[in-house]
Ligand binder design. Sequence first.
Ligand SMILES: C[S@@+](CC[C@H](N)C(=O)[O-])C[C@H]1O[C@@H](n2cnc3c(N)ncnc32)[C@H](O)[C@@H]1O
Length: 273
Amino acid sequence: MALSPVDFQFVSQLVRQRSAIVLEPEKAYLLEARLTPLARTEGFGSLEALIAQMRAQPFNGLHRKVVEAMTTNETSFYRDVHPFDALRTVVVPEVLERRRAARTLTIWCAASSSGQEPYTIAMTLLEHFPQLTSWQVTILGTDLSAEMVARCKQGKYGQIEVNRGLPAALLVKYFEKRGMEWQVRPELQRWCHFRELNLIEPWGTLPPMDVVFMRNVLIYFDVETKKAILANARKVMQPCGYLFLGGAETTINLGDTFERVQFDKAGCYRLKR
Ligand SMILES: C[S@@+](CC[C@H](N)C(=O)[O-])C[C@H]1O[C@@H](n2cnc3c(N)ncnc32)[C@H](O)[C@@H]1O
């Protein structure tokens, strides 16, 4: 049975309030596809029953699971490749020069999903900048979804996940086969820290960031939300910091804080001086 417009509106409003993700009415099919299995695992006879229960209660764990189920967690190792080329060839060498006295490098992955992006950053650093082993390197991965943050911390990936984008030489070097899964080795995990962070709620204390990866998340938000998040990002970035966005994202028309840096197709921005 198709979801009623009233139920669709209730859930889409909840998702928008709590995550900023905009669900247009033509996404009703997506909502049903994602929430029907959740209704079943939560012991409801139907999606309608789950929604009725949510209506009857203040925001709680069930509402949270619904919001998380509506996030899109698509990601892969070395996704789009170009940002990691730019990191290796231009961004990190520049930061190494700027920070040579302090010997700190801080990178934030602001929608880290299941962790492939922060671990790709860690592999890029370990492969190309051996001198960083004597630096204080922090790669902070954050996400709205508690389930995704738990996966990041676990660092376990299935065969299909490692087949997507991860060169075989890096797989055997940085991952250990455990049963059907591949476990990230401790040397790759050493710099990586993970925690929940909702981009539309207060961010708490963050260290000044040399580089921010905020890829493939702004795309789900409306213009005002994107503007507010980019304005906040500016506040946590070092004056010469770099920002990477996804291929379909841009800072154009979202304030004049950032300027595009031409690194092939890297989607790279820098704070205006
Ligand atoms: C498509 S994934 C992007 C993963 C990775 N950055 C990449 O480009 O491969 C989008 C992620 O954004 C997260 N997300 C959605 N809304 C968010 C919000 N308001 N705050 C923080 N993370 C959010 C989702 O949970 C999901 O893991």
